[in-house]
Design a protein around this ligand. Structure first.
Ligand SMILES: Cc1ncc(COP(=O)(O)O)c(C=O)c1O
Length: 384
């Protein structure tokens, strides 16, 4: 049976060979802890971490590599930003299209009476009106946190406009780039970001267990380290170092993962973001146009590749999305994801709660032929 992977919004299943080789090289030839010893092998591991930090800083235009902090995924990074920066009495503005990695930490702080939060309603395509963000700002607002693009409907958020609002009101601006890093240009300085949260295992092509955040100097001064412990530096002290990146990086690093992440970023730079995005969006356009021709299919989101990522959510009249996803996989070898995609608020916004949608998400290694095959199979199933 064929094997067509269309769940790239969850993770990039196929990695460039160079990523696999970099992980392999670390495990086979290095294998030591970075920053924990003066011997050759540990220094080599330290060099991998440093080179990855430099690569991430350059990729997102972060002024100083020390401002890049590694975590295990973007969920950790967003928890850091939200729980590390917010204090009692703060108010936060966010959107109704957020992933639970933003919603749950915010709701948890709200439930404990620490913060107030406003979820700005987006329209039924998932689009955010920046004026609604402006209107929600109060005297006690301290942070705006938004996703760069919805993982459900692909909708791209007006980040530039929101960045200007955050700057005008002197608010912390936190961006969830899970669905865009590695496909869209993201400039830390241009957007005047305080926290650029990223995950390594999606379009950055790195292994699972990699991620991090870039942090502004002013946010770093205020952020409380959520995890403290061994850093390999100033070990004579019983208190966490106050310098970057050690202030926020305790415990043994995922060095094989970071070796892979560096290779993933190198791959993206070599191919070029324009080429990657162009390829993925051309396939998305073809898929949207094909799905529009199938009777009973309802497509959510902007349905316009200039306004969205290559993530397409649908429902089909008379079909359960879980069943559809199962049949696509079981009978045709096409991997998709059905349900609520860890984003129940987003589904409420676009009108697909509680059933959810069937989500196709395209990656750089998908081909035109795979999209033709997927459309053919959809027609066969729906036409039965
Ligand atoms: C928009 C968005 N934010 C956050 C996450 C969480 O990513 P991770 O599981 O890598 O922490 C995802 C993953 O699907 C996502 O799509």
């Amino acid at each position: 049976m064929r094997c067509v992977y269309l769940d790239n919004a969850a993770t990039s299943r196929h990695k460039p060979n160079s990523v696999i080789e970099a992980v392999n090289n670390y495990l086979k030839n290095i294998g030591c802890s970075p920053g924990r010893g003066g011997y050759e092998c540990s220094l080599k591991a330290g060099r991998i971490v440093l080179e990855t930090r430099l690569a991430v800083a350059e990729f997102f235009n972060v002024p100083n590599p020390e401002q890049v902090i590694f975590t295990h995924n973007i969920t950790h990074s967003l928890n850091y930003a939200i729980k590390g920066l917010l204090k009692k009495g703060d108010h936060v503005v966010t959107t109704s299209m957020e992933h639970n990695s933003v919603v749950r930490p915010l709701r948890s702080l709200e439930k404990r009476g620490i913060i107030g939060v406003d979820f700005i309603s987006c329209d039924d395509t998932g689009m955010l009106n920046p004026e609604d963000v402006s209107r929600a700002i109060r005297d006690d607002t301290r942070m705006i946190v938004i996703t760069h693009a919805s993982n459900v409907a692909g909708t791209l958020m007006p980040v530039r406009e929101v960045a200007q609002i955050a700057q005008k009101h002197n608010l912390f601006f936190v961006l969830d780039t899970a669905q865009t890093a590695g496909v869209y240009d993201i400039d830390f300085q241009e957007l005047n970001l305080d926290v650029l949260a990223f995950t390594g295992h999606k379009s950055l092509m790195g292994p699972p267990g990699t991620g991090g955040f870039a942090i502004s100097k002013r946010a770093a001064r205020e952020m409380v380290p959520l995890i403290e412990g061994g850093t390999g530096s100033i070990s004579d002290r019983e208190y966490q170092p106050d310098f970057l990146p050690d202030r926020f990086e305790s415990g043994t690093m995922n060095t094989p993962g970071l070796a892979g992440l560096k290779a993933g970023i190198d791959f993206i730079k070599e191919v070029g973001l324009n080429e990657i995005r162009g390829h993925e969006l051309a396939l998305a356009k073809k898929l949207i146009e094909g799905l529009e021709q199938i009777k009973g299919v309802r497509i959510y989101g902007p349905r316009n590749i200039n306004l969205q990522t290559p993530t397409i959510s649908i429902t089909v009249e008379g079909f359960d999305t879980g069943e559809l996803s199962f049949v696509l996989d079981n009978e045709y070898g096409i991997m998709t994801r059905s349900g609520l995609h860890c984003a129940p608020l987003a589904h409420r916004t676009i009108g697909s709660f509680p059933e959810g949608t069937l989500r196709f998400s395209i990656g750089y290694f998908n081909t035109e032929e795979e999209i033709d095959y997927t459309l053919e199979c959809m027609e066969r199933i729906v036409g039965r």
